[in-house]
Design a protein around this ligand. Structure first.
Ligand SMILES: Nc1nc2c(ncn2[C@@H]2O[C@H](COP(=O)(O)OP(=O)(O)OP(=O)(O)O)[C@@H](O)[C@H]2O)c(=O)[nH]1
Ligand SMILES: [Mg+2]
Length: 328
């Protein structure tokens, strides 16, 4: 279970100003007041959309503003109301006030919605008894959105195996990629679009090394996330860039999973042999296949993209509970 969190600033539309105007003609030189009222500002509404699954998009857009009301005009004409702003969030989003931390609403299911900032009232137009007034400001506030997510797929593998490179390539997430271990220190979530509306949520699980279950490296604190995923992509640096033996990496990591929980190691795994663009990979692929003749493996390059489509198809089929093709 991951907690996806976003902090957004919302501002409802200001009310439009009332109009100051006098109707004059040759019989009415002094003029009679005919200023129209301003329109109300639009509200900001949070609503559940079933097609939205994470709060990732809010990392790129934090400011959200509804349209202001239009100003009134002469001949008592009222300004148009500002359009409401509908912000789409996933089902299960908890909305908290950023200042007080109080829960404002829990949007549980499709169709749930809440107005989190009300538009300002439009001003009044001038009349015989009143001067015109200005529109009121729309409400503004900062809210925290919180969502509990269960990832469909966990990417596990030794540090530097290319987990961040892979998740950047296949999903909307863009964690830092660097040629040293432990670049990623927290799990990273990404949404993979398969086709049309079909998506799966993938998580990079960082920091697993030999001895992780005893607290080495970043320890076992992220393994609890893996327990809730349906399928694992076990990513192996098949080029052996770190000077280790890829086959040993694979075995040791499985041992860590098992040491943490016997159930975890039984989870369906799809084995991806990464970095096949490096020459040393070819020999290691042969060795790997020879040592594990019954395992279906997917040679890939997270950098060039080779083999990734086949990998994702197989993972997606497993997620959906279908069997992958007969082994190669
Ligand atoms: N040649 C080649 N290099 C790769 C490939 N995938 C990843 N790399 C490189 O391997 C290094 C580590 O990649 P990351 O994606 O940061 O690996 P990671 O598993 O997320 O590593 P940590 O987060 O540090 O545990 C980077 O220098 C990448 O450019 C690949 O398919 N081919
Ligand atoms: Mg990483």
């Amino acid at each position: 279970m991951f907690i996806d969190e976003a902090r957004i600033y919302v501002k409802a539309g200001d009310g439009g100003d009332g109009c100051q105007s006098f109707y004059r003609d040759k019989y009415n030189r002094k003029g009679s007041p005919d200023g129209g009222p301003g329109g109300d500002g639009g509200d900001v509404i949070l609503e559940v959309d079933e097609n939205v699954q994470t709060l990732l998009d809010f990392q790129y857009r934090q400011h959200h503003q509804a349209e202001r009301g239009h100003h009134g005009s002469s001949n008592h004409k009222k300004g148009a109301r500002g359009a409401d702003l509908h912000i789409k969030v996933p089902a299960g989003t908890l909305i908290k006030d950023a200042e007080t931390g109080l829960v404002l609403r829990d949007l549980v299911k499709a169709g749930d919605s809440v107005i989190i900032a009300r538009g300002g009232k439009g001003g009044r137009g001038n009349s015989r008894n009143h001067p015109r007034t200005f529109g009121e400001p729309g409400e503004e506030r900062t809210v925290i959105l919180e969502l509990k997510i269960i990832a469909d797929v966990g990417i596990v593998g030794y540090p530097n195996a290319g987990k961040s490179t892979l998740i950047s390539r296949i999903s909307s997430a863009h964690p830092k990629v660097a040629n040293y271990p432990f670049t990623t220190k927290e799990p990273v979530l990404g949404v993979v679009k398969m086709y049309e509306d079909a998506t799966m949520i993938v998580a990079e699980i960082p920091g697993l090394i030999e001895g992780a279950h005893e607290g080495r490296g970043l320890g076992d604190k992220f393994l609890k996330h893996v327990e809730r995923t349906k399928v694992l992509i076990h990513l192996v640096d098949i080029a052996g860039c770190e000077g280790r033996d890829p086959l040993q990496d694979y075995k040791k990591l499985n041992y860590e999973l098992k040491a943490y929980s016997k159930e975890l190691v039984k989870k369906p795994q799809v084995i991806a042999l990464n970095k096949i663009d490096i020459t040393s990979a070819q020999l290691n692929i042969k060795r790997f296949k020879k040592a594990m003749p019954r395992a279906k493996v997917f040679p890939i390059s997270a950098v060039t993209g080779e083999g990734i489509k086949e990998l994702l198809d197989a993972v997606y089929r497993k997620v959906k509970g279908l069997k992958i093709d007969a082994k190669r």
